[in-house]
Design a protein around this ligand. Structure first.
Ligand code: ZN
Ligand code: ZN
Ligand code: FE
Length: 724
């Protein structure tokens, strides 16, 4: 570049697409341009954030680089288109007011964990927000949980009840301030306040083994001292949550390192703005009551993410159980009155406040798989970030599955996937499901032309779809799983889809869940599957693994192993649908090993088997040629008789599945492999499958944005139906 060229004025137009609104992106652009003495403007438009900058060529180029490198941490940029314009010789840099329709496309930000600067203020005695439980800035604080309507402006949030005091208003109005246009901005003078049990009394209650209900960001949480086995047992009993693992909140990353093994990736995830519950390997003898993690080899840990949590943990710097404020699988409670009523029989005291929660949003759960985060439950901190997909998609509403339900809307080249709603077993959950559909369609002024749902006629989500009056597209469960993973990874061209799952209705009316698909465009051909076996009792078998074991023994011809009560059922094929589900095979093997008598929840047995396998590092595998598990079951029985360790048996079982996937990928000669389904929440299995496939030269795609379990189904349904 010649000196003349670099000093000649240069003007560029940048169109930034993604979730960049409500996180101080425009003020950041403004400050950066001013600092670099560039002229131009920034403006929200329906197509994205539009920036025009003018100055010498080198400065304009540097601006572009710094824009991406220094953007506010929560801003999620999907793309940035650059166009060169005629210089206008204008001076100064301005923030133009938003164009109509900009808010809809800019999307809604998720709730963000307290940022380091606000945290420093929280504990600074000289700061006017010292110990104020509701401080925030453009980099942090509630978003989705306070949003009532778009655009994201204070009168459209639950903060509209609080009038900014002059000092807060001045911060809000000053472009160079960290709180410029921070919609939930507040201080002790003008903002929300705590009520109910005080934080110091709550800390005292925890020390006595009592259960504290705390109104958090996306709903109530139930807290108990995690070192106190009887307190945890009481919480489980009152909440009707027998065995499912409970999440912990620990005061700091150092505390997490003291109690668990924490890799650099896991530390980064714990401290990320989403601040999810991260599944960590506990250190032996860490003092956490054994009934916290239950059957899992992992311990779900999160760090304090709201100022309220930071304050409580500063008063009570010990591990506490922090679980959703609900009874069993009901939706999380959000209102003060509602919580006092619904949680009155669970909690001993209530920490309340008067900032309304616009909608329930549970804590998210994530784990590191193969060096990157993978979500088990996608809610606070992630929802409703749009997932960029190849489009355009027609406007379709997807109603998801039955368990771990989420819903989705297709917005051209993005899919907005709702927060985790839960299992649609209870009337409360089904009500929440309908509320979430209305909420999303209203926020985005979305008018669906069709509704996508599962093939299963009895899912509450399917029944709703068939009643809603729109044309219905039924999407096969495992095709939806695979489509979801392929879509979020932008996989083009033919690929092998591997769906290892609990259960979903197949196209042949049997229960699928161990399927290989050859996928090309919109065509899915089921090219292989796990050898099917009968499942006496059908759906009941999901919670009773011994039924799956009985089906497996029956199919092996080992009638002596089948409980006598089930023999006539199996022989006469009464209510014994056939299944090719890998999840049910996990149940059967866990039951044969005597690890569990009944599944307290779906995935319970798989969790126990994974825990067993994790204790053993071996590459040896049982035979599982063409998905025929009969020889494997025979070998497992022999190993059990010979006294082989459960951990080795469990590891060989996992490895058998991995080797089978490797063989299938080799046979089909498909270069790209897409993995989905609830079984791939299993880290031991997933990492082995990925490593094996990569060693064979395949490119492997796993879920990073949507969960591999049924929480990701709505994304796949939206993509399949939206492309029709
Ligand atoms: Zn902040
Ligand atoms: Zn104020
Ligand atoms: Fe599924």
């Amino acid at each position: 570049m010649t000196p003349q060229a670099s000093s000649a004025p240069h003007r560029a137009r940048l169109l930034v697409r993604g979730a960049v609104q409500g996180v101080g992106f425009r003020p950041f652009v403004y400050r950066l341009a001013r600092e670099m003495s560039l002229a131009g403007f920034v403006q929200n438009t329906p197509a994205g954030v539009l920036i025009e900058v003018e100055g010498d060529a080198a400065a304009v180029a540097l601006f572009q680089a710094r824009l991406l490198a220094e953007k506010p941490m929560p801003a999620l940029i999907h793309g940035c288109e650059v166009q060169v314009l005629q210089p206008s010789r204008a001076t100064g840099f301005m923030i133009h007011s938003s164009l109509p329709g900009a808010a809809k496309s800019a999307g809604v930000q998720p709730d963000l964990a307290l940022c380091p600067e606000c945290r420093a203020e929280l504990f600074d005695r000289s700061n006017r927000r010292y110990h104020y439980a509701f401080l925030n800035c453009t980099q942090c604080g509630p978003r989705y949980s306070v949003l009532l309507d778009l655009p994201y402006d204070r009168p459209n949030t639950t903060m509209r009840e609080f009038t900014l005091c002059p000092r807060c208003q001045a911060e809000y109005d000053l472009p160079s301030d960290r709180r410029f246009h921070a919609q939930p901005n507040a201080c002790p003078e003008c903002g929300p306040a705590l009520s109910g049990t005080s934080l110091s009394d709550a800390a005292w209650a925890l020390s006595l083994g009592l259960i504290v209900a705390l109104k958090g960001i996306g709903g109530f949480q139930l807290l108990a001292d995690a070192r106190d086995e009887s307190a945890v047992a009481r919480l489980r009993l009152r909440k009707h949550r027998e065995a499912k693992p409970l999440a912990l909140m620990l005061p700091s990353l150092d505390a997490a390192r003291a109690l668990c093994f924490v890799s650099e990736d896991e530390a980064a995830l714990l401290e990320s703005p989403a601040a999810p519950v991260v599944l960590l390997r506990p250190r032996p003898g860490n003092g956490i009551a054994p009934n916290v993690a239950g059957p899992s080899a992992y311990c779900g840990v999160m760090l304090p993410y709201s100022p309220l949590h930071h304050l409580l943990m500063s008063l009570y710097p010990f591990p506490i159980v922090a679980t959703s404020g609900n009874r069993s699988e009901e939706p999380i409670a959000t209102g003060n009155e509602e919580a006092l009523e619904r949680l009155g029989s669970i909690a001993d005291c209530f920490v309340l406040h008067n900032r309304p929660i616009a909608r329930p949003c549970d804590d998210s759960v994530a784990r590191i798989i193969h060096g990157a985060p993978s979500l088990v439950r996608r809610a606070r901190g992630y929802a409703p970030l749009p997932i960029a997909v190849e489009g355009p998609l027609s406007p379709v509403l997807a109603t998801g599955g039955h368990l771990k339900n989420t819903v989705a809307i297709a917005l051209e080249r993005q899919v907005v996937l709702s927060q985790h709603i839960g299992d649609l077993e209870s009337p409360e959950a089904r009500e929440q499901f309908e509320r979430t559909i209305h909420d999303l369609t209203r926020l985005y002024e979305f008018r669906p032309e069709a509704v996508a749902c599962d093939l299963h006629p009895d899912y509450a989500s399917t029944l709703w779809a068939s009643r809603c009056g729109l044309p219905v597209v039924h999407v096969q469960h495992h095709e939806a799983h695979i489509a979801a993973c392929a879509a979020e990874n932008h996989v083009a061209g033919p690929y092998l889809g591997v769906a290892f799952d609990g259960a979903g209705l197949g196209r042949d009316s049997t229960i699928w869940g161990g399927e290989f698909f050859g996928v090309d465009g919109s065509s899915y051909s089921r090219i292989a599957h796990l050898r099917a076996f009968p499942l006496p009792g059908g759906e009941a078998a999901i919670r009773e693994g011994w039924r799956a074991a009985a089906g497996v023994w029956f199919a092996c011809g080992e009638l002596a192993e089948v409980p006598s009560a089930l023999l006539p059922v199996l022989t006469r094929r009464l209510n014994s649908p056939h299944t090719s589900s890998v999840g049910r095979l996990f149940d059967a093997v866990a039951s044969i090993l005597g690890l569990v008598s009944g599944n307290a929840f779906e995935g319970h047995a798989a969790m126990l088997l994974e825990r067993c396998a994790t204790a053993c590092d071996t590459s040896s595998a049982y035979p599982l040629e063409d998905g025929d598990w009969r020889p494997m079951i025979g070998e497992i029985r022999n190993d059990l008789r010979r006294g082989v360790a459960h951990s080795l048996i469990a590891a060989r079982f996992h490895n058998a599945l991995a080797v089978w996937v490797g063989e299938m990928a080799h046979k089909t000669k498909l270069h790209q492999v897409v993995l989905s389904g609830g079984v791939f929440q299993n880290r031991y299995l997933t990492e082995r499958v990925v490593a094996l496939l990569e060693s064979q030269g395949h490119v492997v795609f796993v879920h990073r944005q949507a969960p591999p379990n049924d929480g990701g189904l709505a994304l796949g349904q939206a993509v399949i139906a939206g492309r029709r």
